[in-house]
Design a protein around this ligand. Structure first.
Ligand code: AMP
Ligand code: GLY
Length: 418
């Protein structure tokens, strides 16, 4: 089978590797890909969405897998264009991907279908937003659009809200858009991934990511400094409750609203004292959660995605390892405000059985790997217990280094009681 994976980061490296390890011999391609991904999947010679789809048609591609969200919401939408061209696509249509692209769309969807979430008010101006906050702190402000992970401000005090609103309405840093003022929730977070095929779904291994730069959840928000995944991350009862109160009504809501969905849907949840609530939807797998979850997926992911893209959910094609997986992200100097490229990476050949997924790397003229972005690498290892997985992942990570490297040593440890 010929498969194209769309994206270029650590998540796509993990997806490509999982597809490459699926039984059968597959010809893998990637768009736009990266130097590391091109070791497993050939880059597609295209310069945009339309030429990508044209190339897939001309080359009789059997399956397109959407890794990142940007192409799902660009132009006519990757999945919509694939459908027109008769190419099975694992990833939702443009109109369904609004669940991620527009926080207001997602909030209305959640409210309409009675799915637990924080209360929110949508505001068009600075004055309206200030009125909706009503002097109550903490509060949560969300820019209504794609903002590269920078569009949410959890404001403990007024000053933080003033600064964020200045960025949004005065500097217009994210372009034009509205702001949601949302109730502040508390509790541990968990990321749930469902493979949705029309009216059916399968929940993958739950995960937790570590969003803050520093140990003990200090410092600025990032794209994710690590993740931990396991079927045992939350209790079977809680997982069943999430399925019944959140995943099933979401799938039913998509059907009711005429929003076609075949692909992964990510539920960002907070386990509040009043039960699990949805913080956000993403129309793709999480990054770096994908890097932690994929090594736990056994069976035939390629056939699973192909069947799903064609409208059949086939849970029997895959199974999930009962153990734990820990993913430690290595970030470059300056991240998250900036990132430094060109630092040579050492020790990659010494990680033993751990997996290393590349996000922001490139090969330099001497053939060495060097940094090329903010999040550089994800080092992933597993174990029967969380403690085993933590020890293996951190020991492997210790082997890797580059100048200015930033890493958290509490991934898989903090936010657990034992
Ligand atoms: P989001 O981009 O919507 O996932 O938000 C980024 C982070 O902000 C989340 O992972 C939470 O840690 C935090 N957050 C979002 N919404 C809320 C909320 N209503 N209450 C408290 N924290 C929140
Ligand atoms: N790990 C958070 C995300 O993928 O958006």
């Amino acid at each position: 089978m010929k498969i194209v994976v769309v994206g270029k980061g650590g998540r796509e490296h993990a997806l490509v590797r999982a597809l490459a390890e699926s039984p059968g011999s597959h010809e893998l391609f990637c768009f736009p890909g990266s130097d590391a991904i091109s070791g497993l999947a050939k880059p597609v010679p295209a310069d945009g969405l339309e030429s990508l789809v044209a190339w897939m048609s001309a080359n009789e591609v059997d399956l397109c897998v959407a890794g990142e969200e940007s192409y799902l919401v660009k132009g006519e939408g990757l999945a919509n264009l694939c459908e027109k061209a008769g190419i099975p696509c694992w990833g939702p249509h443009l109109q369904s991907a609004q669940l991620e692209a527009s926080k207001e769309f997602a909030k209305k969807f959640l409210e309409r279908h009675g799915i637990p979430t924080a209360k929110a008010t949508a505001c068009a101006t600075l004055e309206e937003t200030v009125a909706a906050i009503g002097g109550k702190f903490p509060t949560v402000l969300k820019f209504d659009g794609l903002a590269a992970g920078k569009g949410v401000a959890v404001c403990m005090v007024e000053r933080e809200a003033t600064d964020f609103l200045d960025e949004v309405f005065v500097q217009q840093r994210f372009g034009p858009g509205r702001v949601l003022v949302e109730d502040f929730l508390t509790g541990p977070e968990v990321s749930i991934f469902a493979a949705i095929v029309d009216d059916r779904y399968l929940v993958f291994t739950p995960a937790r990511d570590y969003k803050r730069l520093g140990e003990g959840d200090a410092g600025p928000n990032t794209g994710g400094m690590g993740a931990v995944a396991s079927r045992r991350l939350i209790s079977a009862e809680l997982l069943a409750e999430i399925g019944k109160d959140i995943v099933a009504p979401t799938v039913a809501g998509l059907r009711e609203d005429g929003l076609p969905y075949r692909g992964f849907l990510y539920f960002g949840l907070m386990l509040t004292p009043d039960g699990p609530k949805v913080i956000e939807y993403n129309c793709r797998f999480g990054d770096p959660e994908c890097q932690a979850v994929m090594p736990l997926v056994k069976g035939d992911l390629a056939a699973f995605c192909l069947a799903g893209a064609k409208g059949e959910l086939k849970p029997e094609l895959i199974s999930f390892d009962e153990g734990w997986s820990v993913c430690v992200v290595l970030a470059s100097a300056g991240y998250p405000e900036s990132s430094r490229s060109g630092d040579v990476i050492r020790g990659l050949e010494e990680v033993g059985n751990a997996r290393v997924y590349h996000a922001g790397t490139r090969r330099n003229a001497a053939g060495e790997w060097e940094t090329n972005g903010g999040r550089v690498l994800a080092v992933v290892a597993g174990g029967e217990t969380r403690q085993d997985a933590v020890a293996a992942a951190h020991a492997a990570t210790d082997k890797v280094s580059f100048d200015g490297m930033q890493r958290r040593r509490d991934i898989g440890i903090s936010s657990f009681e034992d």
